[in-house]
Design a protein around this ligand. Structure first.
Ligand SMILES: C[C@](O)(C(=O)O)[C@H](CC(=O)O)C(=O)O
Ligand SMILES: [Mg+2]
Length: 295
């Protein structure tokens, strides 16, 4: 694997080039192609998204390394954009975390975030999250850093401490995680721009703001987050939430009206789909191959 062109290196370049780097959630390979067309320079695979969309399960630490790896591999196979993947708590103790890092790197993933919640984790924007000790999370970070097979691979440490332990404890934890080798920090569920400012002043690595909808964090703009030094801004499930609402409307309409006429304007057309996929290029190749074979 070339260090210069590794996915990790491309993620670092993207973070350096755009302030803050907008990282957008793509629930599958096709939406990754759509996000790329919209101009995003980095993509995200949400743990909640894998649980919800691929398994119909809540985001409560039920999915496994292989579940997430399968969805991540499908995205990395479809685009060269660097992909940040949510690995929850890393799925185990030191050796399991090491395996997670190696498998993610081999799958072409650029970056992962590992969090300081207990294994029976919850969504970061829900109450009653329980954390492991700072020491235990530092051990997770060290295990992950030690397992890198590409030095450019990005290990992002997420702290969920703001909700239960307060702002200063969350910052202290983040500093300890950076000391242990974390390349970037995910400051989960902060409430104000001042909270982000305090984080970015204290933590001398890029800080990610998770601007997920219907959560604890207001929908701050890139301009607002840039002004307080935030390095990356995440929209983990925005398109997925909109796709889900659209699906409900279409299903309800077809079921109730016996026809899809009323929602046809909301649909991506066949022509638009084929354009995204490069369908005709594939078809022409197939035709050319057949012609060659019949000669
Ligand atoms: C970022 C997150 O970890 C995810 O899995 O996408 C979630 C997002 C959400 O539930 O809105 C989280 O913040 O815990
Ligand atoms: Mg998650």
């Amino acid at each position: 694997m070339s260090q210069i062109h590794s996915a990790g290196a491309r993620f670092r370049q993207a973070v350096a080039a755009e302030q803050p780097l907008q990282v957008v959630g793509t629930i599958n390979a096709y939406t990754a192609l759509l996000a790329q067309r919209s101009g995003f320079k980095a993509l995200y695979l949400s743990g909640a998204g894998v649980a919800n969309a691929s398994f119909g399960l809540p985001d409560l630490g039920i999915t496994t390394l292989n579940d997430v790896l399968t969805d991540a591999s499908r995205i990395t196979a479809s685009t060269d954009l660097p992909l940040l993947v949510d690995i929850d708590t890393g799925w185990g103790s030191a050796f399991s975390i090491a395996r997670t890092i190696k498998e993610m790197t081999r799958a072409g993933v650029a970056a992962v975030h590992i969090e300081d919640q207990v294994q029976a984790k919850r969504c970061g924007h829900r109450p009653n999250k329980a954390l492991v000790s700072t020491d235990e999370m530092v051990d997770r970070v060290k295990a992950a850093v030690d397992a890198k097979i590409d030095s450019e691979f990005v290990l992002m440490a997420r702290t969920d401490a703001h909700a239960s332990e307060g702002q200063q404890a969350a910052i202290d934890r983040a500093c300890a995680y950076v000391e242990a080798g974390a390349d970037m920090i995910f400051a989960e569920a902060l409430h104000t721009l001042e909270d982000y400012q305090a984080f970015t002043r204290a933590v001398h690595v890029p800080v990610l703001a998770n601007i997920t909808e219907f959560g604890k964090t207001p929908l701050f703009t890139v301009e607002q987050l840039r002004a307080v030094g935030v390095g990356l801004v995440l929209y983990p499930l925005s398109a997925y939430r909109a796709m889900s609402a659209a699906a409900i409307e279409v299903y309800d309409t077809i079921r109730q009206q016996g026809t899809q006429q009323a929602v046809i304007d909301k649909m991506q057309t066949r022509a638009e789909l084929y354009e995204v996929l490069g369908y005709h290029t594939y078809e022409q190749k197939l035709d050319a191959l057949f012609r060659k074979e019949s000669n």
